[in-house]
Design a protein around this ligand. Structure first.
Ligand code: KIV
Ligand code: ZN
Length: 555
């Protein structure tokens, strides 16, 4: 089903920092969020959904920082900075918070939502259809009184009665919405149905030609990209997506997949985006490092094998003509081989410049530490490429505010004797702590010694080692995922605790035991951050066991 719509430009609305960050265990620190937002800006996304400001003071602060740092002025070669959006439930307090978050941007947007499926009305909202329509009118109008750019999403649109959906969208348009987003919240629809839903909206909602239709598809049945494409072909002109497809449950439509579909099949689709596709692999890697969600080798567009040709027949074909087995060039998505960027004799200035070119903003002590590590690496590793630099930088991210940093480490292991580790950490007040421990292996021994010093018990959920580049001298990257052990750690397991979910840490070094120690410490530092946030929250309010008296809408 093909529909003619004025304009072939598809706005790319990235929600990695909101829907993506809602994925269990994908929590990012404010510094990581800012770095991802900067990378998204360079990538050329039209809208960055920077977060959900009502969720916590930290979320609000992160959105404000992104609005200020990425949303004020355009990058070189662009005419406008990206729109910075903040999500809000359809309540006055949420909308006011969202506005607080985004108002510092040159192009702010409030994105408010309310469910429209009978299922959600009956079981979640406990509201009648008439109440929902009245709430949409009131809250979209309130958002519009604050901000000229308002997006409204009828949550669970994919399972809503189309007739009621049309009424809800009509109400939103009349109240001043400028973008109407149609979410397939639970990833239930199929491409033909979703395309028909968008076509139905275009045919039945008065005034729809004056607003942008957006699509937001989840991947529960693996159909998010196909559904998004169907929506665009039926006339939507904004696609909501996330880097690597991360998001609630099975995730969202993957940005790199929908963008490369539109790009590669442009002659057939006739649609374009403003994305600089050569940045895709780099941003994918950054998001993977920040969230600890590794990208599977067979992932479309950005997976390690996406351009690998192993079988003899394929290799033979490729040697004869690249297009025998490749529908896009690796360099189009930034998947070219490792580029040599710096050598052993490069200075601090050149190092900082190269990091800047890769979009990494490190300065002060963090830059000094990264440069020292670069020099040490250059002594051990012959070729230092872009991937090495990104790994070094990501290891420094957040280190400046760490409660504990690694000061020294020694392990003994092998077939004789017990694996033993001695660990030296620098802690609060610049106090140096030393502990030794034995374990089932060197990494276990290191983690036990660290546990003794830090005293924040956690359960290790996941431990993974990867090599950043090929070769025996490659940097090793370690990713760990831990969960605070509430029973012993004294972490308050309240539903509104800032982060009561799995926490990720990342570290890189040519020595994988050192990389493991760094990754584990990074995770523990975050656990300590959470404990401090919970303590601050507790100190500022009376302990309540009953729900608040005012009627808030659940998310
Ligand atoms: O999936 C969904 O319905 C959402 C809305 C908030 C847009 O994420
Ligand atoms: Zn969603």
């Amino acid at each position: 089903m093909e529909t003619q719509v004025a304009g072939d430009y598809v706005r790319i609305f990235d929600t990695t920092l909101r829907d993506g960050e809602q994925a269990p265990g994908a929590t990012m620190t404010s510094a990581e969020k800012l770095e991802v937002a900067r990378a998204l800006t360079r990538l050329g996304v039209d809208v960055i959904e920077a977060g959900f400001p009502a969720a916590s003071p930290d979320d609000l602060a992160a959105v404000q920082t992104i609005a200020r740092e990425c949303g004020r002025s355009p990058l070189a070669g662009r005419t406008e900075p990206p729109i910075i959006a903040g999500l809000a439930r359809a309540t006055r307090t949420d909308i006011d918070r969202a506005w607080e978050g985004v108002k510092g941007a040159a192009r702010p947007r409030i994105h408010t939502f309310l469910a429209t499926s009978d299922l959600h009305l009956a079981h979640k909202l406990r509201m009648s259809r008439a109440e929902v329509l009245a709430r949409i009118t009131e809250m979209v109008a309130h958002a519009r009184s604050l901000c000229a750019d308002v997006e409204f999403s009828p949550e669970d649109a994919g399972r809503s009665d189309p007739e009621f959906l049309y009424q809800a969208l009509d109400a939103a348009i009349k109240a001043g919405a400028t973008t109407l987003n149609i979410p397939d919240t639970v990833g239930y629809t199929m491409p033909d149905e979703f395309g028909a839903l968008i076509a139905g909206i275009r045919a039945n909602v008065p005034g729809i030609e004056g607003v942008i239709i957006s699509v937001h598809c989840h991947d529960d049945l693996g159909l998010a990209v196909a559904n998004t494409l169907a929506g665009l072909r039926a006339g939507a002109r904004q696609a909501e997506c996330t880097i690597n497809g991360i998001g609630e449950r099975a995730g969202n439509c993957s940005l790199e997949e929908i963008v490369m579909t539109l790009t590669t099949r442009k002659p057939r689709l006739g649609l374009s985006t403003g994305i600089d596709t050569t940045q895709l692999c780099r941003v994918s890697k950054l998001v993977s490092t920040c969230t600890g969600f590794t990208v599977p080798p067979n992932k479309a567009v950005v997976g390690g094998n996406a351009f690998a040709h192993e079988s003899g027949i394929h290799q033979d074909g490729m040697l004869k003509h690249q297009s025998t087995y490749e529908i896009m060039r690796p360099e189009t998505v930034g998947a070219g081989g490792t580029r040599l960027v710096l050598g052993k004799h490069s200075g601090r200035h050149a190092f900082a410049d190269q990091l800047g070119a890769l979009g990494v903003a490190l300065d002060g002590p963090a830059l000094d530490r990264a440069f020292d590590r670069f020099k040490a690496l250059a002594d051990r590793k012959k070729h230092i490429g872009e991937a090495d630099l990104l790994a070094l930088a990501s290891s420094e991210r957040g280190a400046a505010h760490a409660h504990y940093t690694l000061d020294g480490l020694q392990v003994g292991c092998g077939t004789i004797g017990l694996p033993t580790a001695t660990v030296r950490l620098r802690g609060p007040g610049d106090i140096v702590h030393v502990r030794a421990a034995v374990g089932t292996g060197p990494v276990d021994a290191v983690f036990k010694a660290i546990d003794e010093i830090v005293g924040a018990p956690v359960m290790l959920l996941e431990y993974a080692v990867h090599s950043v580049t090929e070769g025996i001298d490659a940097l090793g990257e370690v990713s760990v995922r831990v969960r605070p052990d509430a029973g012993t750690a004294g972490v308050v397991p309240q539903s509104d605790a800032p982060r009561s979910r799995a926490i990720h840490g990342h570290g890189a070094d040519t020595d994988i035991v050192v990389a493991s120690a760094k990754a584990y410490l990074a995770a523990l530092n975050r656990v300590l951050d959470d404990q401090a946030a919970v303590a601050a929250l507790e100190a500022n309010r009376p302990v309540v066991s009953a729900p608040p008296a005012s009627r808030e809408l659940p998310l």
